[in-house]
Design a protein around this ligand. Structure first.
Ligand SMILES: Nc1nc2c(ncn2[C@@H]2O[C@H](COP(=O)(O)OP(=O)(O)OP(=O)(O)O)[C@@H](O)[C@H]2O)c(=O)[nH]1
Ligand SMILES: [Mg+2]
Length: 207
């Protein structure tokens, strides 16, 4: 390989390795998805209006580059979520941790739908199911549920086949967002690692 091809080859490899991870933000309306996205993008509070459709931004978070899709959470928009969560690197489900019990019940129904849809489409595409990170938002409210309580309310302990995590955040101030994105990155790496391990052991079995 001459020096020019070697250089373009290593640039191509670098492109694959450093590719922005693709992430989708879903969750009930008013849970703070756009506020979180704007915080990551501009590092300050940006006033929002309900999202009709979606927003897309390239952002930095937790030391990594992300291509973020934020899809409106109004009940007529939730049918769109599946086209965004298909073949993504990670799913972020944003929750208002300070919400009333009936809102949490609604979030529980929606998150279980998201998990089911994402598992089904990953199975179809023969790729590992993307990890799910729950942003336990509104932590500035004194009555906000802890990450453990959010996991319990959403029934995450009962879901199998999807790697998940919960991160406490306040999108209003930006607190916890960088740690949350770093956690998402480590979940994505874990899913990739496990899938590579499975592929290797299947290959070895057929040798
Ligand atoms: N107190 C507090 N308010 C927040 C927080 N995050 C978002 N908000 C407020 O909650 C409201 C709704 O936030 P959005 O980011 O527009 O919610 P969304 O999830 O994008 O809603 P849709 O676009 O309708 O799906 C806004 O008034 C935000 O300022 C938070 O952590 N704490
Ligand atoms: Mg929005």
């Amino acid at each position: 390989m001459d020096s020019w091809s070697r250089r373009s080859f290593s640039r191509a490899v670098e492109g694959v390795v450093k590719r922005r991870k693709h992430v989708v933000l879903v969750g009930l309306d008013g849970s703070g998805k756009t506020t979180a996205l704007m915080r990551l993008k501009y590092r300050c509070y940006v006033a929002t209006t309900p999202t009709i459709g979606f927003n897309h931004e390239k952002v930095w978070g937790g030391g990594f580059r992300w291509s973020c899709w934020d899809v409106g959470g109004g009940d007529r928009l939730r049918g769109l979520w599946s086209s965004y969560t298909r073949a993504t690197d990670g799913i972020v489900f944003v929750v208002d941790s300070a919400a009333a019990e009936d809102v949490m019940d609604e979030a529980r129904v929606e998150i279980s739908r998201v998990i089911k849809m994402s598992k089904a489409s990953s199975f179809q595409l023969n790729i590992p199911a993307p990890p799910l990170l729950v942003l336990a938002n509104f932590q500035d409210q004194s009555w906000a549920r802890s990450p453990q309580e959010v996991a319990l309310s959403l029934g995450l302990n009962e879901s199998s086949g999807t790697m998940w995590g919960v991160a406490p955040v306040c999108a209003l101030t930006g607190e916890g967002l960088d740690q949350a994105m770093a956690l998402l990155r480590s979940l994505i790496d874990q899913v990739r690692g496990e899938s590579r391990k499975r592929e290797r052991s299947t290959r070895d079995r057929w040798r």
